[in-house]
Design a protein around this ligand. Structure first.
Ligand SMILES: [Zn+2]
Length: 251
């Protein structure tokens, strides 16, 4: 464990111990993971790649919650449910994370930055592996843009290409309708929201650290980043809403 991860674990655990447990907030709480046991994109601190051992512990502790697929969530439901998502499309999602989730009968969603797959980028799913992943029980494949870029920095026409091309690439490859996406870097503004609507997405996920309920827009759903070093205590607190103050920091 690198010092940054060790430091995060210590800080995270101290903050977890210092927090008063709240009653879980009702709504759809969506967790966002990246790599499990590999190297995540631009992850200089090593926080976005969770160790397989810790991931297993997280999944065991999630068994006490109602886990719902991201296309099946009812935002008007007045009880807590949890969604599990992964961004980017890492190979380890198929070989390490998926077997654990399938064995526990938990639905999960993987958002794919399609050029990383199409170009055979190192550490990412190949087209063959992505097809294999898409056939597993309870898996949902969504898009994560084409080139994994900050969408708000692009012209309207380029934003639309990013969102439409990634959707049609996945639909052609997998032979299924792609209804959801997550915004790379959680980067979204009114122009990006409009493009997501035009491209035909039914739901789309940001990185805003909060829960989803009947007040949440379907193309601006919130998610909570889960990091390496987050103990099961921290995970439970993030699910229960004890960490939603992070939302005001624009995490
Ligand atoms: Zn990403």
């Amino acid at each position: 464990m690198r010092w940054q991860q060790a430091a995060h674990k210590i800080i995270s655990e101290c903050m977890a111990l210092a927090r008063l447990p709240l009653e879980p907030k009702p709504g759809f709480r969506v967790l966002s993971y990246h790599s499990v046991g590999g190297n995540a994109l631009g992850d200089h601190l090593g926080l976005s790649s969770i160790s397989p051992k810790l991931f297993k512990k997280h999944i065991s502790s999630l068994s006490e919650y109602k886990i719902v697929g991201t296309n099946d969530a009812d935002l008007n439901h007045n009880q807590l449910s949890v969604g599990i998502t992964f961004d980017d499309g890492y190979r380890d999602n198929l070989y390490i994370a998926a077997p654990i989730l399938v064995a526990n009968n938990m639905p999960f969603t993987i958002f794919i930055a399609t050029d990383l797959v199409a170009n055979g980028a190192n550490g990412f799913l190949s087209t063959h592996e992505l097809k294999e992943l898409s056939k597993l029980p309870n898996v949902t494949i969504g898009a994560h843009g084409k080139t994994h870029t900050h969408l708000t920095r692009l012209k309207e026409s380029q934003i639309l290409i990013e969102l439409q091309d990634s959707k049609s690439y996945l639909e052609d490859l997998l032979g299924e309708s792609i209804q959801s996406m997550s915004y790379p870097y959680g980067d979204v503004d009114e122009r990006v929201l409009y493009a997501a609507k035009v491209a035909g997405y039914k739901n789309a996920f940001t990185s805003n650290f909060s829960i989803n309920n009947s007040q949440t827009e379907a193309l601006k759903l919130n998610r909570c980043a889960i990091l390496n070093g987050d103990t099961t205590r921290t995970l439970t607190q993030k699910i229960n809403g004890d960490w939603d103050w992070r939302g005001i920091l624009g995490a």
